[in-house]
Design a protein around this ligand. Sequence first.
Ligand SMILES: Nc1ncnc2c1ncn2[C@@H]1O[C@H](COP(=O)(O)OP(=O)(O)O)[C@@H](O)[C@H]1O
Ligand SMILES: [Mg+2]
Length: 305
Amino acid sequence: MIEIKNLTKCYGDRKAIDNLSFNVKKGEVVGFLGPNGAGKTTTMKIITGFMAPTSGAVKIAGFDVFEDPIEVKRRIGYLPETPPVYGDMVVKEYLEFVAKLKGVPSENVKKLVDRAIEKTQLGQVSHRLIQNLSKGFRQRVGLAQAIASDPEILILDEPTVGLDPRQVAEIRTLLKELRGEHTIILSTHILPEVQATCERVIIISSGKIVAEDTLMGLGQKLTGGASVQLRVRRHADELAVLLRSLKGITSVDVAGQSLRVHGAGSEEIIEAVSEAAVSKRAGLLELSHPATELEDIFIQLTSAN
Ligand SMILES: Nc1ncnc2c1ncn2[C@@H]1O[C@H](COP(=O)(O)OP(=O)(O)O)[C@@H](O)[C@H]1O
Ligand SMILES: [Mg+2]
């Protein structure tokens, strides 16, 4: 669906992105993760055809972004870093304007705009001027304009930046809803964001890809076998004995009601761990991947250069 080949962009003599290549398949939700200045926005501007690369190529559904810009833009909904909203327009009129601009046939405009308003929960402000809305609502208008033409692909540049925690949670819920309906690339410098919404993650640092994998695969690769954290109501020690006997588990640490199971990287092993807890009637309260581990990985990967 999205093919990115050897993209390089220089601003003057500064290389913002350096020979990036990756693909995104139809229906995938990919997190584009990297610290500020890594080159996320630059890459997204090129993918969406808003800026030309210094070298390299981007194809969307087989169309070259610069040879067939109209075919490409028709298929993409883009939420730029600064949403392109016109303050002096009313929310609903603005969304209708965007849908028409995107080539939605006039008989479908109302239906699609109503859907976008519903998904982004803009109903209560749909007749208000955009300039009078709070930042959270304006960000939702930005998202609504990205989905207003029901595009196959959504490119979202830091969709939750500057929002309060409740608004962040709402946007994440919306993104989960959009999953399956669109192919999505989402950029962020916030790790829990990709953990909450993405299947695959591409980590960039100083304009280069430093890792590309599923979240779990990344954990395994970098720690030589991930670990899972369990919390049980009872029988922690007996459960540890059973877990140590399972194939693929290298060690188990017990601290009170908590167990840290090492080497439990694959989904099969995690399933076996949860089954063991059930068979021991240990009263499983929690099973999680310690978040700090992924954070460590991120810091390790992005501070090297
Ligand atoms: N218009 C520009 N002119 C010069 N340098 C730029 C411009 N836009 C971005 N850069 C530089 O390119 C690098 C990547 O920026 P950007 O793509 O915005 O990263 P991110 O979105 O990951 O924070 C940064 O070093 C930034 O300072
Ligand atoms: Mg950016």
